[in-house]
Each structure stands twice: as structure tokens, then as C-alpha cells.
Design a protein around this ligand. Structure first.
Ligand code: OAD
Length: 244
């Protein structure tokens, strides 16, 4: 892979003329911050487990202490990371548009840390504790398996697990943003997990210019432009092209 990529002039023109922009990000955007992606091998203690086999309600109910241990490991790992130039470039891009929506599948809070404002955390927030019975605002605590101070049920991490629905408001706002945008950027995602993976197709069907940025592009037919390269390199280049 070369260390710079050509940003197509037609894409720069589309972004200059756009009034509404929607971005979908996945784990690849945080890879350069040191957060492991989902479909790469896990490290150390967890290398023998697939995230998919831990991130379910069945796995949690079978062994909540074990699942909490995995999430605490992820929290500690993510807490040490910082936004990379890709996150920062997206926060900068937002400043150019009145209607800008960043839908992220990432649960690491790094877009917010970079200064992005209109962020939809499609798969939740790794650092939130929520009650499995749905009580509002349970107090966090450090028990091996934390319990809800309202109802006594288990608390669980505030992320969307396999087999669970996306919270209605996040799904509604993201679909609306994808439907109305002029340009949709799809960055650092393997586009294997729905409904997030359907947002770029929705944008394209509604007339948006669609763009994939990924060092290993998915080859999805819904994209008008594909830029092969890491987001930490390509996104700052995109901003420079817009400024020229
Ligand atoms: P994946 O791990 O499936 O895919 C990561 C993508 O990032 C791959 O396509 C890589 O080629 C790409 N990538 C790697 N390094 C990159 C870089 N420096 N710049 C840009 N792209 C890079 O992650 P997601 O697609 O985000 O769900 O996975 C989707 C969902 O599956 C996650 O949100 C999570 C997981 O199970 C839940 O937790 C509900």
C-alpha cells in the first residue's frame, strides 16, 4: 500500500457542493488508536474467544462474571487510547456542514473525544452500565457482577449485543440521515453487521454519492467511490483537498 492516496476530483466536487453529509464508521477508524477491530484476532487471555460468543445475552446470563471480566478488559484497553488523525478530521469535516450526522458502530467514545458533536452511537457505549430490567440511571458500582440499586437485577455494559435490536431512536435518526444526505462516507467497517451495513445502500438508493474508505475495501456495489487506505491517512488528505 502506498502512503498517500489520490482523492478523486469528482468526490471533492461532490463534497464541496453537498449540504447534507452522513458518515458511518466502524472499528477500522479506531484501529490506528490501538483499539482492536472485531474481526482480527484478540490478544492474550482472550485470544481463544470470539467477540460474537461473549457479546450475547445468553453468554451473559450463563456466566455474568466472565462476560464482565471481558468488558472490563476492553474498558481498560480503550481508556488508554486517544483519537487519531482520522477521528480529528471527521470532527473538522462536521464544521463545514449544517446538516452532518456521524453514525458510529464504535462504542469507544473516541469520536466525541475528538470533538464530533452530532454522533449517533449505534451500538451503544462501552463505558455505560445499564440495568437488564431497564431501570433508568442505575448507580455504577465495582462489584464483580454489579447490581442495579433500584431493582437488584444485574447491570450489564451499555452496548448492543448480537440478537438485540438497535435502540429505536438511534435507528430512526440514522436512517433519516442516510436517506436525506447528499454524500455518505462509509469508513473502516467490514459492512457485515446489519442494520448498520444497510445505511450506505439506503443513501445510494436516495440519490447520495457514496464513498468507501478502507485499506481492504469490501467491494460493495453500493459505492460510487472506493479509496483504499487507512482512515488516519485518507481523511486528513480529504480535508486538505477540500481546502485547496
Ligand atoms: P470489523 O472488525 O468487522 O471490520 C473492521 C474494518 O476496518 C475492516 O474492513 C478493516 O479492513 C478495516 N480497517 C482496518 N484498519 C483500518 C484503518 N486503519 N482505517 C480504515 N479501516 C480499517 O468492524 P466493524 O465493521 O465495525 O458490533 O464491525 C461491526 C460490528 O461488529 C461492531 O460494531 C460490533 C461487531 O460485532 C457490536 O458490538 C454490536
Amino acid at each position: 500500500m502506498s502512503d498517500s492516496a489520490e482523492i478523486p476530483e469528482a468526490l471533492v466536487k461532490a463534497l464541496r457542493e453537498a449540504s447534507r453529509v452522513c458518515v458511518l464508521t466502524g472499528a477500522g477508524v479506531s484501529a490506528e488508536s490501538g483499539v482492536p477491530t472485531f474481526r482480527e484476532a484478540q490478544t492474550g487471555l482472550w485470544e481463544q474467544y470470539r467477540p460474537e460468543s461473549l457479546a450475547t445475552m445468553d453468554a451473559f446470563l450463563a456466566d455474568p462474571a466472565f462476560v464482565w471480566k471481558w468488558y472490563r478488559w476492553r474498558r481498560e484497553l480503550v481508556a488508554k487510547t486517544e483519537p487519531n488523525p482520522g477521528h480529528l478530521a471527521l470532527a473538522e469535516l462536521e464544521e463545514r456542514y449544517e446538516d452532518f450526522t456521524l453514525v458510529t458502530q464504535n462504542v469507544d467514545r473516541l469520536h466525541r473525544a475528538a470533538g464530533s458533536r452530532n454522533v449517533i452511537e449505534f451500538h451503544g457505549d462501552l463505558f455505560a452500565d445499564i440495568c437488564i430490567a431497564g431501570c433508568a440511571d442505575p448507580a455504577a458500582n465495582d462489584d464483580e457482577i454489579p447490581f442495579c440499586n433500584h431493582c437488584g437485577n444485574f447491570l450489564r455494559p451499555g452496548v448492543v449485543w448480537f440478537g438485540e435490536a438497535i435502540p429505536q431512536e438511534a435507528l430512526y435518526r440514522s436512517s433519516e440521515a442516510a436517506e436525506r444526505c447528499d454524500v455518505m462516507l462509509c469508513i473502516g467497517t467490514s459492512s457485515q453487521v446489519y442494520p448498520a451495513a444497510g445505511l450506505s445502500g439506503l443513501a445510494r438508493q436516495n440519490g447520495a454519492v457514496t464513498v468507501e474508505i478502507n485499506p481492504e475495501p469490501t467491494g460493495g456495489p453500493e459505492f460510487n467511490f472506493v479509496i483504499a487506505g487507512p482512515s488516519g491517512l485518507i481523511l486528513p488528505e480529504l480535508i486538505s483537498s477540500l481546502e485547496q
